[in-house]
Design a protein. Structure first.
Length: 120
């Protein structure tokens, strides 16, 4: 029940300016999703190992970009990679429409004044 999802980002996606929408990754390329699923609890370690080994073997061919729908639960730092150069602009939108951060249970754009700088 495990596999790889490879989604091309070509054509119209790559022709849109990175500042035109929230989604900043407009360079032609592919998105990779590694899915590891199982029903037998005894297969847990084997399936997790497969996913990790697959990721590590493909890492040399990947960029450090991420797609928000493919993120795992984490500490919130990857959200900067998702939005890239558009992150600061999205903080401004978040401050206007969700200043109390009600919609914080996702991969959050924090509206607080002490928002860390995007590393890019």
């Amino acid at each position: 029940m495990s596999g790889l999802g490879i989604v091309p980002y070509l054509g119209a996606v790559a022709r849109v300016d990175t500042a035109a929408t929230a989604f900043a990754h407009r360079a032609p390329g592919y998105s990779l999703l590694i899915v590891s699923q199982w029903t037998n609890q005894r297969e847990t370690e084997q399936n997790i190992a497969w996913a990790r080994e697959t990721f590590e073997s493909l890492r040399p061919y990947m960029t450090d970009r991420s797609y928000v729908n493919n993120l795992i639960a984490e500490d919130g730092q990857k959200v900067h990679e998702v939005w890239g150069a558009n992150y600061r602009r999205l903080v401004t939108v978040e401050r206007r429409y969700d200043p109390d951060n009600i919609f914080r249970l996702n991969h959050n754009i924090d509206p607080s004044p002490e928002v860390p700088q995007c590393p890019r």
